[in-house]
Design a protein around this ligand. Structure first.
Ligand SMILES: [Zn+2]
Length: 680
């Protein structure tokens, strides 16, 4: 017999609380203690785990759900469930802990449809609000916008309450600069491009559920000021004097678009405040050889009092946040670099006429910096969406159950992944934001960065139309910069449309349609006798379905891998059809041949369903020509087309050969600055 008593002397620090080990019980076992006010660090693992509470009271936080626990409570965590135990009582919370490995359960849990409670929580999917200083080009569209759109389409097909939110980030300094070049007011420039951006998203078949225009929304300013007041009142934030840069000739304050120099992180040439190359922030005064971008002259330095946030104090808080959701290694590595600095007091107000002024009287001539502003903007968007949906969501009272998903380019990583978690913690100390991050790198055009100023861009309006939109979405999904820089090559795009979409996909569907018409009068045959190759092909399709499901799901989301799997279905079925062709006209084997055709039609049905998040028009059109009602539901299994379904694939034109898109700007305006885009 093994008898073990709880003994405080055997405890040692682990997972943010105190744990001990009890050996010999079979499964792993031990005691746990959470001191009053304490909590374990969020984590997840492949073992199943059971807590038996024996003393004290507290709460478990499991994938955003809170459960009260007291002596006598038994709780089991499934593999990979993110769990935290908190003690808000006055005495120690003590529990007995058991854990064991069950590989079959772990594999099932990893692929479970409702993982991380996506099936129970509202899921708010944000693409970075674009800056209205220009229209959207393929670099923008391929990144956050296509990503968020396909993500939400897939989630909805799975019954998840997911919405795509974005908007127009009007108060960017880049808008002021563009307005100066155009000789008009920032508000006019913002309104003009905000409308163009919304129209371009529409051309891409992206209709966000919430599109907040920050300078024109009636309740935005007050809500933002209230959020900022929470920050200003929080302990380490304060008005502090620090060095800032000024134009020596005009005396104007220099930051962001108006200043350039060497990045203090990597040394690369950069604009003020963020380095596109290494992703690290700067405070302008720490740039090497800083110059005013307007005059090209060396910048002067002086001291100025701004609201500032000592970010370096928050390393462990940011790490704890990064343990909660899906945070790519690239983002965690950036956080580590930023926090390796001993000191980073980040100004969160700047001198400008364009933006929202804090309600605090001491910030004369300054506005709330547009990047901290965006942290509030997301919450504001949720509130506005809720008003339309009849949900009581409030920007001033974010809820633990909210699942937030961000899509953005790497150059915004610092703001989304490091700064905002700190701001949320300061503004809402009791809220534990549960956020997934999806980061894209730069998309290049013929080997070079897209650039508005140099006219080195392909604009959405140049290439998108009802006949091309699905092909563009297909090619951008296939080549978008996931985890590495990739390249848009106009000639390769043409080739992909001609050889893959028309030459392979459409040709197969047309030929399949001809065979169904010729042999079965245009109606799906019932499957007859199955050969071992038929059975193997069904298994193969099932494997493809599992793979593409994983590529579009929240854990493994990758559009380029999803497209590879979709294309894999077509390659598999063309190979299968070619092999089966030999006996297709032999009377003796007709029962087997109609099985082969039924399987090809099952593959076509699978393509229609699985392509829907990426190529919604093609998917609807293909479904209709297979006699299917819609493509609103994600398939769990590979299914044959009902026998007798009317099939109308012969001669169907799903895709259209394309003209090479030009590489010119949509209007004659050229900015005088080098890198000026900053949309998304
Ligand atoms: Zn850098």
């Amino acid at each position: 017999m093994i008898v073990n008593h709880f003994s405080p002397g055997e405890l040692s620090a682990a997972f943010g609380i105190d744990m001990s080990a009890v050996h010999g019980l079979g499964p792993g076992a031990g005691w746990g203690r959470v001191v009053p006010g304490g909590r374990s660090t969020a984590h997840q693992h492949d073992e199943s785990e059971v807590f038996v509470i024996v003393q004290g009271a507290g709460e478990l936080l499991v994938d955003g759900r809170r459960v009260r626990v007291a002596p006598g409570t038994v709780a089991m965590f499934e593999p990979f469930e993110t769990h935290v135990v908190e003690n808000a009582s006055e005495q120690d919370l003590i529990f007995f802990d058991l854990y064991w490995r069950d590989p079959a359960l772990a594999v099932r849990a990893a692929g479970a449809a409702g993982r991380r409670r996506f099936d129970e929580r509202p899921v708010f999917v944000f693409s970075t609000p674009p800056t209205p200083n220009g229209d959207l080009h393929l670099g923008h569209l391929s990144g956050p916008y296509l990503g968020a759109d396909a993500y939400v389409r897939f989630q909805r097909m799975n019954g998840v309450r997911a919405w795509h939110l974005t908007g127009s980030d009007d108060y960017q300094s880049y808008v002021v600069e563009r307005a100066r070049c155009e000789e008009r007011e920032p508000a006019d420039t913002a309104a003009h491009f905000s409308a163009e951006i919304a129209a371009t998203l529409g051309l891409m078949d992206i209709q966000p559920d919430q599109y907040t225009v920050t300078s024109r929304d009636e309740t935005y300013e007050k809500g933002l000021q209230a959020f900022f007041s929470r920050l200003a009142a929080a302990e380490p934030v304060g008005l502090r004097e620090s060095p800032a840069l000024f134009d020596r000739a005009t005396g104007s304050y220099l930051y962001e678009v108006n200043v350039s120099g060497g990045c203090p992180g990597c040394g690369a040439p950069t604009n003020g405040n963020i380095c596109e190359e290494c992703g690290e922030p700067n405070v302008c005064a720490d740039l090497a050889d800083p110059r005013s971008r307007r005059s090209g002259e060396p910048a002067g330095q002086d001291k100025i009092t701004r609201f500032s946030l000592p970010l370096h104090e928050f390393r462990s808080e940011v790490a704890a946040h990064h343990r909660l959701g899906r945070v790519p290694a690239r983002l965690r590595e950036l956080a580590d670099r930023v926090f390796s600095r001993a000191w980073l007091d980040l100004p969160i107000t700047h001198v400008s006429d364009w933006g929202v002024r804090p309600a605090e009287p001491d910030a004369d001539g300054q506005v709330i910096w547009v990047w901290p502003e965006m942290a509030y903007g997301f919450l504001h968007g949720i509130e506005l969406l809720g008003q339309r949906l009849g949900q009581p969501w409030q920007a001033g009272a974010p809820e633990p159950d909210w699942k937030i998903v961000h899509f953005f380019g790497y150059d915004n990583s610092f703001y989304h992944g490091v700064l905002y978690p700190v701001l949320y913690r300061l503004a809402f100390p009791d809220w534990e934001p549960d956020i997934d991050y999806h980061v894209n790198e730069f998309y290049l055009l013929s080997g070079e960065k897209f650039s508005t100023s140099r006219g080195h861009a392909i604009w959405g309006t140049e290439i998108l139309g009802p006949r091309s939109v699905d092909a563009v979405r297909f090619y951008l999904a296939a080549t978008r910069p996931e985890g590495r820089r990739t390249n848009f090559d106009p000639a390769e795009y043409e080739t992909a449309v001609r050889d893959t979409l028309i030459g392979s996909w459409q040709r197969w569907l047309n030929e399949l349609g001809e065979r169904v018409e010729h042999r079965y009068g245009g109606h799906a045959p019932d499957a007859g006798v199955w050969t071992p190759e038929h059975t193997a092909f069904l298994r193969r399709l099932s494997g493809r379905l599992a793979a593409v499901t994983g590529c579009l799901g929240p854990d493994g989301f990758s559009l380029s891998q999803a497209v590879a799997e979709l294309n894999g279905i077509v390659e598999d079925v063309r190979r299968f059809a070619a092999l089966e062709y030999a006996v297709s006209a032999v009377d003796l084997w007709q029962d087997e041949t109609r099985t082969a055709i039924a399987l090809e039609l099952a593959a076509a049905r699978l393509v229609a369903n699985c392509a829907a998040p990426i190529m919604p028009r093609f998917a609807r059109c293909l479904a209709a020509r297979l006699g299917l009602p819609d493509v609103a539901t994600w398939p769990r299994i590979v299914e044959l087309l009902p026998a007798g379904s009317a099939v109308d694939l012969a001669g169907a034109e799903f895709f259209h050969a394309t003209q090479r898109p030009g590489a010119t700007a949509p209007n004659g305006i050229r900015l005088t600055i080098e890198e000026d885009t900053h949309n998304g």
